[in-house]
Design a protein around this ligand. Structure first.
Ligand SMILES: *Cc1c(COP(=O)(O)O)cnc(C)c1O
Length: 372
């Protein structure tokens, strides 16, 4: 074991072991069981009691089924925020559809409404109206909800809200997960709460929920023998992992407070002439899943990254814009340079909810010592 300070390690601090042992002592350890039901109920409680939540084996699977539900098929176009993790866009390719990348705006670092509208107009002129918009609350920061919603409504295109990093964030006191036609969560090991691996889809009706469960459990027809009328997936969450998720979500508010404290401490202690931060707007509340800083130049970013790593502190580049990546290069994109600028300047700092005072002091000492 190294004593490297990690960027966002899992924080196990509640009833995880107890619930897992209990789940293992029953007969339901796989795609059914009381922990899946309870975890889904808790997620509903935190997002919206009038919504339905379906737990799946990953956020990526959730995006895949969301696209399928919206009827995205071969050669359809789907607008996708370029500044994000590749898992936002990969499922578009699973459906053999075409991602159309849209750059960010500098306030929230998320999809730029002006470019979004330009992209939609261009694709419609080209003869193909996009089937969906994948918008992301990057690092927990809500995207420009009002603007994106207005455009989506104007052109009647459904939004899939990638809230993988944003459980507990909100806009006008409405939790993220409420703004898309469908929304997606992730409980991967590095997220604000984890079920080791897992994700969820937030939808509007029990009928939709039943349909998602049907697809996620191999699309078995309701017959006494195994018979299938359509292609299924093995995407459901296991009851054992839901037990971890349930214990984690019982501490969601604590974890959000801890992550926000980490952010505020960096913000208050670092030199504002050297570092810039992702800012909350008046109406938005970020869970501060990740504290990211912008340095004054690409060379300085590289220098600082090396210094941190040499001091046993994990730091990471921001997401590399998808439109620049080889796997996505052939697809259309609408670019204003923001995501590339952010990538050139930005770093993620250790932001986990179990960061200790000693670890924090060590990081801040390195950052305060750094001179461009
Ligand atoms: C983590 C993440 C995903 C994918 O979630 P998994 O559970 O790891 O499949 C999708 N989008 C974003 C923005 C993410 O951060």
């Amino acid at each position: 074991m190294s004593n490297k300070i990690l960027i966002s390690p899992p924080h196990i601090s509640g009833a995880e072991k107890k619930y897992v042992l209990d789940a293992l002592s029953g007969d339901w350890i796989s795609s059914k069981g009381k922990y899946i039901d309870s975890f889904e109920k808790k997620l509903q409680f935190h997002i919206n009691q009038n919504k339905e939540v379906v737990c799946l084996n990953s956020g990526t699977s959730a995006i895949h089924l969301a696209l399928k539900q919206l009827g995205v098929q071969e050669n359809d176009e789907v607008i996708c925020q370029s500044f994000t993790f590749a898992a936002t866009a990969f499922p578009v390719l699973y459906q053999k559809a075409i991602p159309v990348f849209v750059d960010s705006e500098p306030d929230t670092w998320n999809i730029c409404p002006v470019l979004l509208e330009k992209a939609i107009k261009n694709r419609i002129k080209n003869g193909k109206k996009p089937k969906a918009i994948l918008a992301v609350h990057l690092y927990g920061m809500p995207y420009k909800i009002d603007e994106v919603q207005r455009i989506a409504t104007t052109y009647n295109i459904p939004v899939i809200e990638d809230a993988a990093e944003a459980l507990g964030s909100s806009y006008n006191n409405v939790p993220c997960g409420n703004f898309g036609q469908l929304a997606v969560l992730s409980f991967n090991g590095n997220k604000i709460i984890t079920s080791a691996q897992g994700g969820a889809i937030v939808c509007n009706t029990t009928k939709e929920k039943e349909n998602f469960i049907h697809w996620a459990t191999q699309a078995k027809d309701n017959l006494p023998f195994y018979h299938h009328s359509s292609v299924g997936f093995n995407y459901r969450m296991s009851n054992v992992l839901a037990a971890i998720g349930l214990a984690q979500i019982e501490n969601l508010h604590k974890k959000i407070n801890l992550r926000r404290q980490v952010y505020f401490r960096y913000f208050s202690e670092l030199d504002k002439d050297l570092f810039d931060f992702q800012k909350e707007s008046e109406n938005s509340f970020s869970n501060r899943w990740m504290t990211c800083i912008l340095t004054i130049s690409r060379a300085e970013k590289e220098k600082l990254l090396k210094t941190l790593i040499n001091n046993g502190i994990e730091a990471l580049h921001l997401w590399y814009p998808l439109h620049k990546q080889r796997v996505f290069k052939e697809f259309p994109s609408f670019i204003n340079g923001t995501s590339e600028h952010l990538f050139n300047r930005g770093l993620c700092l250790p932001s986990g909810s179990k960061l200790t005072a000693n670890e924090y002091q060590k990081i801040v000492a390195v950052l305060k010592n750094y001179k461009p």
